[in-house]
Write a protein that binds this ligand. Structure first.
Ligand SMILES: Nc1ncnc2c1ncn2[C@@H]1O[C@H](COP(=O)(O)OP(=O)(O)O)[C@@H](O)[C@H]1O
Ligand SMILES: [Mg+2]
Length: 356
């Protein structure tokens, strides 16, 4: 791979007609179909927070792992639940990532558009600093193994801003295809507007795009698990556009990702739904004195629950909440772990379903 100096064409790409090839249009149709099935099935889970929480946290973990920030799942949920405990730094980045996604989701719900300032806010949340858009030169993309510069993004603040404005105009316009998400993701990573966090911000923009264009009602489709398995292809296809102007392989790669991930997510949603209904039934029969639908929802909204959650959501006192959790544990719905002063109750069956 050679170092390509930036001279980034504005969107839409001049080669637009070349993007909509027959194979792209076929793949676009297949991806739309898979995504529509997922969108259609998601409301079968009565409380959407269950889905959003579980799936978003999983994505936060995987998207961060692409950038070599690795945290194990168990640590992650624990850190999220025990707010007061000293949070391990990589788990913290993952939690920030999830918070950034929720911020983006709120913006979309309120305004049905994404602006440059929103993108800056999302990145700030991930990175936890407000350096904002790059003003100092020196940022380059370096390939890990050989330590060579493979790409130098624009260095000039004014140029970066101009490219980001153009990015947002194109993002918000009336062209709604799925292949456009691939074009946008490439462009964003090529502008590389920030000192750090460009990859993660770009992948959050992907899900926001799907929400904005009504491909989904809730943020439950994420490509990171797909990208992580094909990281070298992901990087190489960026370079193929830069060096040779070939879009098709990149667009097909992203469309395939949407299709495959939609199917996997659909399976996961089905598994969560079945488990939820089964647990509802079993708690109703096995623990009739404490049973309520809200209680079951709490232990699904958070794979790790604690007394506070029950106190707030069920409006009961701490003693009663503790009694409920203990009874659920005695009946094998939960198992507890102690972290510092805090006791957490794990929904182990849900954790298993999420890991699959
Ligand atoms: N040729 C390339 N090789 C590798 N990564 C690239 C390339 N072009 C763009 N990128 C993007 O750069 C991201 C890494 O940039 P960075 O600012 O460190 O983001 P983060 O901190 O989220 O990892 C990658 O995830 C990828 O999306
Ligand atoms: Mg980085």
């Amino acid at each position: 791979m050679r170092n390509v100096k930036s001279e980034i064409p504005l969107l839409p790409p001049a080669a637009l007609r070349k993007i909509e090839t027959l194979s792209v249009l076929r793949k676009e149709a297949a991806a739309r179909q898979a995504l529509a099935e997922l969108k259609g099935f998601a409301p079968a889970i009565p409380n959407q927070n269950i889905l959003i929480n579980a799936i978003a946290l999983q994505e936060a973990k995987e998207s961060s792992a692409i950038e070599n920030i690795v945290t194990t799942q168990d640590e992650l949920y624990q850190n999220f639940t025990v707010k007061s405990s000293p949070v391990d730094s990589s788990a913290k980045e993952v939690i920030n990532y999830r918070e950034a996604m929720y911020k983006g989701y709120d913006i979309i719900k309120k305004r049905q558009a994404i602006g440059v300032n929103d993108i800056v806010k999302i990145q700030e949340t991930i990175i936890e600093n407000n350096a904002g858009i790059r003003r100092l030169p020196g940022t380059a993309l370096v390939s890990g193994a050989a330590n060579t510069v493979i790409y130098t993004p624009p260095q000039d603040y004014g140029e970066i801003c101009r490219l980001l404005d153009n990015f947002c105009v194109y993002l918000n316009d009336e062209e709604n295809s799925l292949w456009k998400m691939a074009v946008l993701h490439y462009q964003f990573e090529t502008i590389h507007p920030f000192y750090d966090g460009n990859g993660r911000t770009g992948r959050i923009l992907n899900i926001l795009y799907l929400l904005l264009k009504n491909y989904l009602d809730t943020p439950i489709l994420y490509l990171s698990s797909y990208i992580i398995k094909s990281k070298n292809t992901y990087y190489a296809l960026f370079q193929e556009i830069r060096e040779k102007g070939i879009w098709e392989n990149w667009v097909l790669y992203i469309l395939e990702g949407i299709e495959a991930t939609s199917r996997q997510t659909l399976q996961k949603v089905r598994a969560i739904k079945n488990l939820f209904e089964l647990t509802l039934e079993r708690i109703r029969e096995g623990c009739p004195k404490i049973y309520s639908k809200e209680l079951v929802e709490i232990i699904f909204e958070n794979p790790y629950s604690k007394i506070d959650f029950l106190v707030h959501k069920l409006d009961i006192n701490r003693k009663t909440a503790s009694k409920y959790l203990k009874e659920l544990e005695e009946n094998h719905f939960l198992s507890h772990i102690q972290i510092g002063k805090e006791v957490l109750y794990i929904n182990t069956a849900l954790m298993e379903a999420l890991k699959k």
